[in-house]
Design a protein around this ligand. Structure first.
Ligand SMILES: NC(=O)c1ccc[n+]([C@@H]2O[C@H](COP(=O)([O-])OP(=O)(O)OC[C@H]3O[C@@H](n4cnc5c(N)ncnc54)[C@H](O)[C@@H]3O)[C@@H](O)[C@H]2O)c1
Length: 259
């Protein structure tokens, strides 16, 4: 991946920061985009000239388009677009503030379309690729995740739509759907909620941002040259599960508690 140029959104933290480190480690130059200027600057200071920090709010069309333009101006082209910035949201449909719905749609969905729209002519020119960070929350519903579930499901189908439309132009478009990953997005929750997440994961642990970065790196590389329009769940096995009870574990607990 030596000398490729990537634009990564949400690069200041979590999965985006891990992906920036991983790609820079493979010789990629990265326009690192985030709303969080401070963490962006410290990532750039850590990684040196291969990273160019660019502050932008992905909720604003002109700033999304400005970020793509900045990659072209600063590095002279674009090979890899990683649409990763995202925000969470909590609330059932009947109680959700329409302004929150709009903000989630703007950051989690509209920005994926707008950045891809602005980048695609340049990606076509260099036979580049797009990787979108969706979520397992786009593959099924969670209690009171209405806006997030909706936005991420749309990102998965936007991935497919762009993939088939640009396949003949040599541009691949894929998505990664993380499960429960240990990043600031989910940290700080009460222990009972953290336990609630982890206890449902067959691998019985949260994922690490580096484990998502590795899959993004694969999808963005020549190793994935015949792979397009796919959504890879990277989730410790949770979406392989029907949600029905773990009978062997229940029986083992019963034996333990029976005198
Ligand atoms: N952590 C998880 O368990 C998990 C699970 C599934 C999907 N995801 C997805 O992974 C992606 C990365 O999340 P993360 O877990 O690394 O979270 P994170 O909070 O650590 O990082 C998200 C980054 O996006 C940035 N961002 C937020 N709003 C922005 C805006 N308007 N403009 C520009 N940047 C903005 C934040 O400043 C932050 O640096 C998101 O799309 C998220 O939905 C995360």
């Amino acid at each position: 991946m030596q000398n490729k140029i990537a634009l990564i959104t949400g690069a200041a933290s979590g999965i985006g920061a891990a992906t920036t480190r991983r790609l820079v480690g493979e010789g990629v130059r990265v326009l690192a985009v985030d709303i969080d200027r401070e963490n962006l600057e410290s990532l750039a200071a850590e990684l040196g000239a291969a990273v160019h920090p660019h502050r932008a709010d992905m909720a604003l069309r002109e700033e999304v388009e400005g970020a793509v333009a900045a990659a072209l101006t600063h590095f002279g082209g674009l090979d890899i677009l990683v649409n990763n910035a995202g925000i969470g949201s909590f609330g059932r449909a009947g109680e959700l503030d329409p302004e929150e719905w709009r903000r989630v749609m703007a950051v989690d969905l509209d920005a994926v379309f707008l950045a891809s729209r602005a980048a695609l002519p340049h990606l076509v020119a260099r036979r580049g690729c797009i990787v979108n960070t969706a979520s397992i929350s786009g593959m099924g519903a969670d209690y009171a995740f209405t806006a997030y579930n909706t936005a991420k499901a749309a990102v998965i189908n936007l991935t497919r739509a762009m993939a088939i439309d640009y396949a003949r132009d040599g541009v691949r478009v894929n998505a990664v759907s993380p499960g429960y990953i240990d990043t600031p997005l989910v940290s700080g929750m009460p222990d009972s909620i953290t336990h609630g997440f982890v206890s449902r994961i067959p691998m019985a642990r949260a994922g690490r941002p580096e484990e998502i970065a590795a899959v993004i790196r694969f999808l963005a590389s020549e190793e994935a040259s015949y792979l397009t329009g796919q959504n890879l769940a990277v989730d410790g096995g949770i979406t392989a599960h029907t949600g029905q009870p773990d009978i062997p574990r229940i029986l083992a607990d019963l034996t333990e508690t029976t005198p």
